[in-house]
Design a protein around this ligand. Sequence first.
Ligand SMILES: NC(=O)c1ccc[n+]([C@@H]2O[C@H](COP(=O)([O-])OP(=O)(O)OC[C@H]3O[C@@H](n4cnc5c(N)ncnc54)[C@H](O)[C@@H]3O)[C@@H](O)[C@H]2O)c1
Length: 395
Amino acid sequence: MNNILILGGDGYLGWPTAMHFSELGYDVTVVDNYFRRNACTELDVGMLYPVPTLIERAKIWHEKTGREIKVAIGDLTDPEFARSFFNGRAGYQWAVNEKFSGIPETVIHYAEQPSAPYSLMDYKHANITLSNNLLVTNNLVFALKDFSPETHVVHVGTMGEYGTPNIDIEEGWLEIEHNGKKDTFLFPRQASSLYHTTKIMDTDLFWFGVRMWDLRVTDLMQGPVYGVETDESVIDSRLKTLFNYDEIFGTVLNRFITQAIVGYPLTVYGKGGQTRGYLDIRDTLQCVRKAVENPPSKGKLNIFNQIMETFSVNELAEKVRRIGNRLGYGVEVKQLENPRREAEEHYYNPTYQGLLDLGVEPHYLTDESLEKMFKLVAAYKDNIRKDVIFRGVKW
Ligand SMILES: NC(=O)c1ccc[n+]([C@@H]2O[C@H](COP(=O)([O-])OP(=O)(O)OC[C@H]3O[C@@H](n4cnc5c(N)ncnc54)[C@H](O)[C@@H]3O)[C@@H](O)[C@H]2O)c1
């Protein structure tokens, strides 16, 4: 049985990924230090519904399916803890079988501070973001180098690494001709937040490890994800992944739907022409699975752009307004002065063919899928706190 280690397994994407691979028959271990939950408590941004602890969820999963997801709680910025999963010293806070699972064949790395506004709240949160994200990645690179260079890492990067250049965005690489000679380089990257800057640096750390020590890495440049339900989460409502609707941790579509339901005008920053690539959470699972099943050879870094379609913020707001009104919510859209420094109208033409070629079948954002999301969020309407929706983090 293939052995998968998921770093950040308590998170929005980590937990659904853990259930997905467990259901497929993999031997899954999840690691997390509750950074995300603690940050939500510190910043007083409640989630839409309470989420059982990682250990409770692993127990529920075991009760319902008979399958085991091993849980290790700890901070991956601690190098000894990070290395324990590769040198046989790992201990688990919960497991049916406490014996070490063995060195993982695949590591899925999600364990980072994932919010642009969080990274720019002030210098303290900037430092937390830089040290957390880079140390976790660097600890992983060195653990692989020292104990297991054969292990395949699937890291989730972000389309935000590319920024919004005035040329077509390729999948990771660009061939350059200069003074009559040609070479291929990482596509030029220019982040619009410190969080995104750490993701660029992650890619650079992995690229270094691939060049120096023949590591095998897939970096998935993902766009903002929306949705909650996956095939495995419907087994028991307590297995649903976390859902934030605040400006710090809520992704834009999840946030807009929540705002529509409580009559809070949809907050479009500036002109609203900011265009990004989006995907359904079920497609994150498909993409990560295809990446796991198609590892690169030693000494190779594969990069795929992980989006299924592109929308401007205005287009998303319009879709949410239309479906919300059809469902009887009087939805308003409000343009706010943009608290961020970013292009509000720009060229955006990314390539995203690689994962489709591997067999991913997209779930597009249809009226039906939006209606389903409205219904899911509306079931928790009484929990929604309007005061956490907008925080006005400026940069
Ligand atoms: N959700 C999206 O829309 C999206 C889009 C693009 C890229 N990504 C990337 O995907 C990854 C997962 O995103 P997410 O939305 O699930 O975020 P998340 O915050 O829900 O998940 C990350 C998990 O990692 C854990 N973690 C962070 N630092 C850790 C540490 N030092 N030790 C142990 N655990 C730690 C957190 O507690 C959290 O549970 C992130 O790297 C993010 O940059 C997410």
